[in-house]
Design a protein around this ligand. Structure first.
Ligand code: AMP
Ligand code: ZN
Length: 482
């Protein structure tokens, strides 16, 4: 049974989707006015692991990731300049060009990290009509009011505001600075539609004049369109808990009059050198920056596995070096297991399997145990560090092709390209002497003639020459050098 930590209940819960074996899932995506940094990418690696674990558990997923190609404002409090406008002005390009460029880079970066693309990519600019519809509905239901600069959600009309983060708005309201404002009834009321200044960079017609949607409404309108009133899982980074996700809950539950998300999952933050990532500190590294410094995107993916997704992860270049080394060692160790593949030679229509290594006694049992431990780790709230540890224990076994096959199975979750091993040792050609294969063939004929005494003598002769012969299904046999 898959267990997931639900931010809403603050406990690990059994995961039970609304419809058996089908999962409806929404992930807050990027605002495409800049490159995604390694912190953002950690959160998408987490989304990817969740999707892989669900698929491994044989769930069908309808996953939505939004691409916010409408600029939203620098501050969560609906003020400041439009982020998309800032970049467009700096680069002297249209916001559409900016959005197209950064979306493309985002998709390439995530692909390089083996982050699977959700089934639906929802572009905000293509859903303005749905957002307006949503806002109209909220206004008609009495949850929104118009001011001079937009349409605002009235949080005091929504009883359960704050249940995700445990925020106490009354306390906050008392301490809030009184603004010259803007006509808001409560400081935490948020714009679901903003009226545009004539020169605002992106704007659309609406019942409230020309304007543009608030950021929070984008996610609610698009998830409603593709996933219906209630989805199973909503993911994002922890920074979204107190404002963005509280606001999503408020407007969605107000509109639908029911619970709209059953499981809220949040990825913890990535720090850099123990502190915040910020442009001014010059530490908002991108995938390209890492490649320029000699790391592969998958070195970074491996690095992400050094902490559980609900733990903070401190990025340092020493840490990334250690991940790169460990990942390299893992590939080399696996190449040895791969090289232990049996050679199959067809003799007539029958397969002759020649094992280059003698199988350790009890290895099959151990492999089953590794599989069990791995499954337990990933189904226990996606414990990837533990699952990776199981793989490491397995690769330390004597070379065995079945360990390589096991690693490939684990890689369905890990996504580390374990099927693309570097510097594979060349497979040696079968070196079973002709004398031995002739004796083996004679024994096969003897067995076919039911001359078991002769077959037995031939087997002993083969053994005296240093080989073991074992019959395999299909009438073939296996020869192993002792
Ligand atoms: P944004 O484009 O700022 O909305 O961020 C995209 C995703 O990255 C969101 O899910 C954020 O919660 C997440 N995120 C932002 N900064 C970090 C960070 N330092 N570590 C991990 N996730 C982050
Ligand atoms: Zn969102």
């Amino acid at each position: 049974m898959l267990k997931l930590y639900n931010t809403l209940s603050r406990t690990k819960e059994d995961f039970v989707p609304l419809v058996k074996k089908n999962v409806k899932m929404y992930t807050c995506g990027p605002t495409v006015y800049n490159y995604a940094h390694i912190g953002n990418l950690r959160t998408y690696v987490f989304m990817d692991i969740l999707r892989r674990v669900l698929k491994y558990g044989k769930y069908n997923i309808t996953g939505v990731l939004n691409i916010t190609d409408v600029g939203h404002l620098v501050s969560d409090a609906d003020d400041g300049e439009d982020k998309m406008a800032i970049t467009a002005r700096k680069q002297n390009k249209s916001p559409y060009e900016i959005a197209a460029y950064y979306t493309d880079v985002f998709l390439k970066d995530t692909a390089a990290l083996n982050i699977g693309k959700p089934e639906i990519l929802a572009y905000a600019t293509e859903h303005i009509a749905e957002m307006i519809e949503y806002c109209k509905d909220l206004e008609e239901k009495g949850y929104a009011y118009e001011t001079a600069d937009g349409l605002y959600f009235d949080i005091q009309k929504f009883e359960n505001y704050g249940k995700l983060s445990g925020i106490d708005l009354d306390e906050q309201q008392a301490g809030a600075r009184v603004k010259v404002n803007d006509g808001k009834r409560h400081h935490a009321d948020f714009a679901i539609w903003k009226k545009a200044e004539p020169n605002h960079i992106m704007q659309w017609d609406s019942p409230w004049g020309r304007g543009y949607p608030g950021w929070h409404i984008e996610c609610s309108a698009m998830s409603r369109k593709y996933l219906g009133t209630t989805m199973d899982i909503h993911t994002g980074g922890v920074d979204h808990i107190p404002i963005h996700h509280e606001n999503e809950i408020a407007q969605a539950e107000a509109r639908e009059a029911c619970k709209t998300v059953n499981y809220w999952l949040h990825g913890e933050f990535m720090l850099v050198d123990g502190g915040k990532m910020s442009k001014s500190l010059g530490n908002t590294y991108t995938v390209t920056n890492l490649i320029e410094r000699g790391y592969s995107p998958l070195d970074f993916r491996y690095f992400c596995f050094s902490a559980h997704y609900r733990k903070r992860l401190n990025f340092t270049f020493e840490g990334l070096d250690a991940a790169k080394t460990a990942y390299g060692r893992l590939l080399v160790a696996l190449a040895k297991h791969k090289a232990a593949a049996p050679t199959i030679v067809m003799i007539g229509s029958l397969p002759l399997v020649i094992d280059k290594v003698k199988k350790e006694k009890g290895i099959n049992k151990k492999i089953k145990e590794y599989q069990k431990q791995f499954d337990e780790a990933i189904f226990d709230d996606l414990n990837i560090p533990l699952a990776l540890g199981v793989l490491w224990t397995a690769v330390k076994e004597e070379p065995n092709y079945d360990i390589y096959k096991l690693a490939l199975k684990f890689d369905k979750i890990l996504g580390l390209n374990l099927n693309k091993l570097p510097k594979e040792p060349k497979q040696k050609k079968s070196s079973i002497p002709a004398k031995i294969t002739t004796l083996a063939e004679k024994r096969k004929t003897a067995k076919a003639n039911k001359d078991y005494a002769l077959a037995d003598t031939l087997r002993k002769e083969i053994e005296s020459l240093g080989y073991t012969i074992t019959d395999i299904s299909g009438g073939g046999y296996e020869l192993i050098k002792n």
